[in-house]
Design a protein around this ligand. Structure first.
Ligand code: ZN
Length: 495
């Protein structure tokens, strides 16, 4: 069993309990990151590399930590990916009937010292192995990227700032970016994992990383500003005066992946979650490879990766990954960007501009209406679903609806079907509006509207996003009667 977490409050205490329970339940070997630290992608890699039965990852991703913050325990299976629903449901069912549990009486183990410690377990002696939390992951990264080329680019003046947000990527970023690649000390900020993340909300978006955006827009902006989240699986990429949306990032990484040694033979296919912009679809089309559109959630990508159908995948919520692990991977995305920058000898803004020139630009925004009344939210979706059969072929001003449906996904690997994943309204010019509900809990529902406009003309690639999407936003509001159903004139958050 592989065990590690993002270092938040309770990390060490829970690992101590995991060790005693694993010993009592017959595990033969535990592999634990030094100090109890393992990023989510590093844990996924260790599970695969050591052919472990599975792994426990202690994290609540990008949610705040500390005594009053969040904590979570995640189970990953032997393929390195999140446990599929049939396993989590079986675990849940078992929790309903537990009448005892086994726990060994062993002495506490020093998590900070690398080495093997014997422990008395149910089936005799077991071994607790404390491993360097970075080494295996760093070794994997060296097989994927041309570290020599990136080092040379840094010597020639390439600069960056990486914010580890006092969460798990600190040790990885210090060791790889500053140690192995040679970025000067100070390139990594907030590089020590703290139990309360230093009070940060470790979510790599433009709200919680406003300081990075400000730096990137300033006269002394580094070539690349980047950040990752609490457990290290998500990423933020900002070039000089150019924020890269996660959807664009996925498309650009797919278009340029062959420049990196790990992907030199080309991509087998790509996948994106349904709400993610269709920018990557155009890349796949040009490369002549399949592009899968899946429901939200990494497990759908996991099936495609395991079956060898795709090499790269990503989500609009800033998760990008590849077949090197079975989780999204924040630092991996940053390293791929660095390798592409080094190979092309161009800045982020130039790379983005040329991508739009070659493929067209997918203007994109997500409007979140948070904590709205559940009844209104459900009524809104019902109205849209009832409207679906009448929409195809209808014209709204200059906008012509080509297709309208409630997204369903047939998993080509396990044959399962996921229904009602969100309402899609596809326009004939490649633009799109998507409506989804999430979190229908006590605090109300969240309505997410994803608005995307496809613009092939390079003369019109310099528009402000809100301006470019104006007509589509108005159409979304009108079709769903957003104001009437939510009582809100404006979304709570626009990303
Ligand atoms: Zn995360």
């Amino acid at each position: 069993l592989v065990v590690g977490g993002d270092g938040r409050h309770f990390n060490r205490e829970v690992i101590a309990t995991v060790i005693r329970m694993a010993a009592a339940n017959g595990f033969g070997r535990l592999v634990i990151g030094q100090g109890g630290i393992l990023s989510t992608p590093a844990a996924s890699h260790l599970i695969r590399k050591r052919k472990a039965f599975g792994g426990l990852i202690l994290s609540a991703s990008h949610n705040p930590g500390g005594p009053d913050g969040d904590f979570g325990i995640k189970y990953n299976t032997g393929n390195g990916g999140p446990a599929p629903e049939k396993i989590t449901e079986a675990i849940y069912a078992r929790t309903q009937s537990i009448d005892r549990y086994l726990i060994a009486d062993s002495a506490p183990i020093d998590l900070d010292r690398v080495g093997e410690i014997p422990l008395e377990g149910r089936n005799g002696a077991i071994t607790v192995e404390i491993v360097d939390c970075v080494a295996d992951y760093a070794e994997l990264m060296q097989t994927l990227f041309d570290f020599g080329r990136i080092r040379a680019a840094i010597k020639a003046g390439l600069t960056m700032r990486f914010d580890a947000m006092s969460a798990v990527t600190g040790p990885y970023a210090h060791a790889i970016l500053e140690g192995m690649l040679g970025f000067p000390e100070g390139t990594v900020i907030n590089g020590e994992p703290l139990p309360d993340f230093g009070g940060h909300h470790p979510d790599p978006n433009l709200v919680h990383c406003a300081h990075l955006l400000e730096l990137a827009m300033s006269p002394d902006a580094p070539d690349l500003c980047a950040a990752s989240d609490g457990d290290g699986d998500r990423n933020l990429i900002i070039g000089k005066k150019r924020f890269v949306t996660p959807s664009d990032s996925l498309a650009i990484l797919a278009a340029n992946a062959r420049l990196a040694p790990g992907y030199a033979t080309g991509l087998k296919g790509v996948a994106r979650s349904m709400p993610t912009s269709q920018a990557v679809d155009r890349v796949a089309q040009k490369l002549g490879i399949p592009c899968f559109e899946t429901p939200t959630g990494w497990k759908f990508f996991g099936n495609l990766l395991d079956a060898g159908l795709i090499s790269l995948c990503g989500e609009e919520s800033a998760g990008t990954g590849s077949d090197h692990v079975r989780e999204k991977d924040g630092l991996w995305a940053v390293l791929l960007w660095l390798d592409i920058i080094a190979a092309r000898r161009q800045g982020v803004a130039e790379i983005v501009q040329e991508h739009w020139r070659d493929y067209g630009r997918n203007y994109y925004a997500r409007h979140d209406y948070e904590e709205i009344a559940v009844d209104g939210a459900n009524a809104l979706m019902k109205r849209l679903r009832e409207m679906l059969p009448t929409l195809a072929g209808r014209k709204f001003g200059a906008l012509l609806v080509k297709q309208a449906d409630d997204f369903a996904y047939h998993d080509p690997v396990d044959g399962s079907t996921s229904q009602a994943q969100g309402v899609r309204i596809l326009l004939d010019d490649g633009s799109r509006i998507v409506f989804r509900l999430s979190g229908t809990g006590t605090a109300g529902a969240t309505l997410r509207i994803y608005i995307e406009r496809y613009e092939p003309d390079p003369q019109r690639h310099g528009l402000e996003t809100g301006e470019a999407l104006k007509d589509l936003i108005a159409l979304a509001g009108e079709l769903a009667d957003v104001e009437g159903h939510t009582g809100r004139e404006q979304p709570s958050v626009i990303t």
